[in-house]
Write a protein that binds this ligand. Structure first.
Ligand code: SDX
Length: 432
């Protein structure tokens, strides 16, 4: 067997399947002709063993806890970069020059406001509507105001629509927060940077502006940067699947928001805080949480723990844990949930159940504690995850549309229902 092919034997027949290799020497068995050759399909529910595409955007080594955006280690970017620069890197593949970054920032500033008619959409939601439901709906509504930009065909058009989505989704998030509190919308300021403008729109009130201190803006910028992309996660794969059908960028991103909302995915950051609050209020204990998470009879899981790819410490969790310490020291803030989180992490990492399954804290375990410390309400956590993930979704939408080999995503199945059977007239049903 040559090193670049696999041999598959079914009954007494052998089939040669080519191997595909990534630049980090990952190996994939190319099964694009498997069914034509063998009549068989593969079976891999949850796609844990299935590569859906080739991608140049993000590289993860789950065993080693490595994460790189366009080849640059996340630790380097966390130290030297900012969210908007990372957004540019992910979407266009290279770190921007000073001129390119200034142009992109200017486009974000120029496109921060919403069409006045869009504001009236908020009146159609009940005040208790979940911000993720509003976000997904409003992104498609936003697309109605830019029908010419949904399918960008050149660099300038992609720059224009990326700036509109990254900037206006931030305004939509702030407006949905204000709507839930019955407070007047606060418009974006043309003189504020991306993150401080969001906090201004969320926390300023008429005649009393909110100015986030630099440490708070930096912490939220870090949260966005660490969430900006994560290769073929559930929501990004959703964006790619919808994009493969030829859907425009707004509807593809809106679909990504819906997938991210799931409590096993982006919704986990809210569940982590709820779990830590239950422990803090005495509703449960750290030991009980760990034991419940191990109990197969229940469906409780240690939220913020475990990952499909990382079988080592999620590098983002490590950076967020450090960011908690840095921020809390600077703003002289204490949160008992941070101490509980550390104790819970320690208890789990020292428990054989978690060690045997390589279950470590993931990005959601500490992100909520930072967001809490800067007054973000729990039900907005996943909205902020979505804002952070926008550049990654836009980058993957672009990659699907520019890849000449893209085919509409349409997985096969193993059918386990009825064999053929006759129609039963209604008068004879329930008689057998
Ligand atoms: C994100 O894919 C991405 O990149 C996602 C993300 C991104 O940036 O886009 O990183 C963001 O979604 C992070 C994950 C957030 N979700 C949570 O924190 C929810 C809690 N975690 C789990 O539900 C779980 O770990 C998943 C969903 C994250 C991963 O699920 P898998 O890969 O399907 O893992 P699995 O169910 O096959 O688990 C393997 C074993 C099982 O036990 P056994 O059957 O071997 O006995 O580990 C157990 C699981 O029961 N397990 C857990 C656990 N996670 C896995 N047991 C207790 N608590 C947990 N958290």
């Amino acid at each position: 067997m040559s090193k670049e092919e696999a041999i598959l034997q079914i009954d007494d027949k052998k089939y040669k399947l080519p191997l595909v290799r990534g630049v980090e020497n990952e190996c994939g068995i190319d099964i694009r002709n498997l069914r034509a050759q063998t009549g068989c399909v593969t079976f891999d529910s949850g796609f844990a063993n299935t590569g859906a595409c080739e991608s140049t955007i993000t590289y993860i080594d789950g065993e080693k806890g490595i994460l790189r955006y366009r080849g640059i280690p996340i630790e380097e970017l966390a130290k030297h970069s900012r969210f908007i620069e990372v957004a540019y890197l992910l979407i266009w593949g290279e770190l921007p020059t000073a001129t390119q970054l200034a142009h992109f920032s200017e486009l974000l500033t120029d496109n921060a406001t919403l069409h006045e008619n869009l504001k009236s959409h908020f009146e159609g939601f009940p005040w208790s509507a979940h911000p993720m439901a509003m976000l997904s709906a409003m992104i498609n509504a936003l697309g109605c105001y830019h029908p010419d930009l949904g399918e960008p065909e050149c660099h300038e058009e992609l720059m224009a629509v990326a700036a509109r989505i990254i900037s206006k989704v931030r305004t939509i998030a702030a407006f949905s927060y204000k709507m839930s509190r019955g407070e007047p919308f606060i418009y974006p300021s043309p003189t504020r940077r991306y993150v401080s403008n969001l906090l201004h729109m969320m926390f300023s009130v008429p005649h009393q502006e909110y100015d986030a201190i630099p440490e708070v803006s930096r912490a939220l910028d870090m949260v966005f940067m660490l969430h900006a992309d994560h290769e073929q996660n559930c929501s990004t794969s959703t964006v790619r699947m919808v994009a493969s059908a030829g859907a425009n960028l707004f509807s593809s991103v809106s679909a990504g928001v819906c997938a991210l909302w799931g409590h096993l995915h982006g919704g986990a950051n809210m569940e982590v805080i709820r779990m830590l609050e239950r422990i803090h209020k005495g509703g449960t204990s750290i030991k009980a949480c760990v034991e419940m998470a191990k109990d197969k009879k229940g469906d409780f899981r240690l939220m913020g723990f475990g990952h499909r790819v990382y079988k080592n410490y999620d590098p983002r969790a490590r950076l967020l844990k450090q960011a908690c310490d840095n921020l809390f020291a600077k703003i002289d803030y204490e949160d008992p949930l941070l101490d509980i989180a550390r104790e819970l992490e320690d208890a789990a990492l020292n428990d054989p159940y978690f060690a045997e399954r390589n279950l470590y804290p993931n990005v959601d375990f500490y992100s909520g504690i930072i967001l809490r410390s800067i007054r973000i309400p729990t039900n907005m956590f996943t909205v902020l995850f979505a804002i952070g993930r926008l550049p990654g979704w836009i980058a993957h939408w672009r990659e699907v549309n520019e890849d000449q080999s893209t085919r509409i995503a349409r997985p096969r199945q193993i059918y386990t229902g009825y064999n053929e059977r006759a129609y039963v007239p209604i008068e004879k049903r329930g008689l057998e």
